[in-house]
Design a protein around this ligand. Structure first.
Ligand code: MYA
Length: 423
């Protein structure tokens, strides 16, 4: 079962060009230009040794911040609409970076591109003509969802990304992006993505207001209202979190049934557990990784680039799904990636993931990342990632043993149900 991608029908004529492209599509900018444009907008240093100086210079931009949102001119959706090309077909020399062993495109690289583009769309929304540098530090707060409608992304066909701001709060912006790939002269949909970005002051220390958004047609009104609904849905989901509330009666029954099913019937004991046929204990699905966060992976604000964190977590998640299902897994959906705190350059990033729910061919994987401070020995969670994969064959059932694992199972089941509702 695969998604039908829904498209924001903004005429491509409205596409804003950043500069004239150097790729096969002369009118469209490419991903390299997205990154250099971002560097220019915030005045990021090209050399790591200059980063303190560059941040010092950004301090002066504090005076350009709006005191209230009403002081900022409203924007239309088309004001932030961008089209960007990833010229994999017309520029073969860039393919290598995107290629996986199956001769298709590495999804982790696409996550990085979506993140960069999402931030540029927000800078386009908040652009003030008179300000060559933006006083805003725009960071990724949440990847609400990415739904794919194609299993394979071809490494030798051009890709087009489109997107615009779809909803605005006081300091946060929802961005909807779409990815299409060129086949036989036509672009066909590959994925839809919804991100939430948050504007911060020039030093990324406190929140900053962003321009309001005014929908101009009933269709835009609907997109905007959906953004508002998405915000409420996120609040509901987080209120019902199993970290805050007990599972529902139905969920408790599911967990109790799994528990009874794992008791060894030969002994009259609650302690002797037995793995049912065609099942795997959840604890046996774990894989871990460590990443030293070098300056090369920094973003324009000298913290670790969100796209890099997503790529690393995705690749661990993919490896978990691969070894669990025993065949090549395909990504179906990414949802609810919360960037809880920034990752500093130089951090030790610990990644740990496991299968937390399975159904037929589907594998729900959760990856947890935390930074470890070697001086204080403190651990702080930075992100939780949820990935839904589909395997070629039906997969064994994953079985929780402890109460904590049962909560992970239920959380995975909730995420899986939300994904299935969307696709
Ligand atoms: C230099 C050379 C390199 C160049 C490389 C080029 C690459 C390009 C790289 C470019 C890419 C660069 C990109 C990167 O790499 S960014 C790097 C990855 N992201 C981060 O590191 C962010 C880490 N998290 C934080 O810093 C905080 O948690 C943030 C700032 C996000 C929130 O902090 P806090 O909780 O204290 O905030 P608040 O309570 O004041 O609320 C403020 C607003 O935020 C809304 N909100 C908050 N959380 C969420 C949520 N989960 N879902 C939806 N909304 C959320 C909230 O409703 C409110 O909205 P509003 O009601 O005001 O509207």
């Amino acid at each position: 079962m695969l998604t039908l991608c829904v498209f924001l029908k903004l005429p491509s004529l409205l596409a804003r060009t950043l500069t004239s492209g150097t790729n096969g599509s002369p009118e469209l900018p490419d991903m390299n230009e997205v990154r250099s444009r971002l560097r220019e907008i915030v005045g990021a240093s090209t050399n790591w040794r200059d980063h303190v100086q560059a941040m010092q210079e950004r301090k002066a931009l504090h005076t350009l911040l709006a005191k209230q949102q009403e002081d900022l001119p409203p924007r239309r959706m088309k004001d932030s609409y961008l089209e960007v090309i990833l010229p994999l077909g017309s520029q073969p020399e860039i393919r290598e970076k995107y290629l996986n062993v199956h001769n298709s495109v590495r999804f982790g690289r696409i996550l990085e591109d979506l993140d960069s583009l999402g931030v540029l769309i927000c800078y386009t929304h908040t652009k003030q003509e008179m300000q060559p540098k933006s006083p805003l530090s725009i960071v990724t707060a949440l990847v609400d969802k990415i739904n794919l409608c194609k299993r394979i992304i071809y490494p030798d066909c051009d890709i087009k990304f489109t997107g615009s701001v779809s909803w605005v709060g006081k300091t946060s912006m929802e961005v909807k992006m779409h990815m299409l790939q060129l086949h036989d002269g036509d672009y066909s949909p590959v994925l839809d993505a919804t991100f939430v970005m948050v504007a911060r002051d020039p030093e990324n220390k406190g929140p900053a207001f962003v321009n309001p958004l005014v929908p101009e047609s009933p269709e835009e009104e609907e997109i905007f209202n959906q953004g508002e609904l998405n915000k409420l849905k996120r609040i509901d989901f987080s209120t019902a979190s199993l970290l805050k509330m007990a599972p529902t009666a139905e969920e408790r029954n599911i967990i109790h049934d799994i528990f009874l099913n794992t008791l060894d019937t030969r002994t009259v004991s609650f302690r002797s557990r037995k793995l049912p046929p065609n099942s795997v204990w959840m604890e046996d699905t774990k894989l871990k990784g460590l990443q030293i966060c070098h300056p090369q992976e920094r973003n324009i604000f000298n913290r670790i680039f969100g796209g890099f964190l997503m790529r690393k977590a995705f690749e661990l998640g993919w490896a978990i799904a691969c070894s669990y299902g025993g065949s090549r897994p395909f990504i179906v959906s990414v949802d609810d990636i919360m960037f809880q705190r920034p990752v500093e350059v130089g951090s030790l990033l610990l990644l740990s993931g496991q299968v937390c729910y399975t159904e037929k061919n589907y594998i729900q994987v959760r990856v947890h990342t935390e930074v470890y401070d070697a001086d204080t020995r403190d651990h702080h969670t930075t992100n939780i990632f949820h990935f839904t994969f589909i395997s070629e064959n039906e997969v064994p059932r994953v079985v929780p043993k402890t109460y904590g694992e049962s909560m992970l199972y239920l959380d995975g089941k909730r995420h899986f149900a939300a994904v299935m509702k969307e696709i």
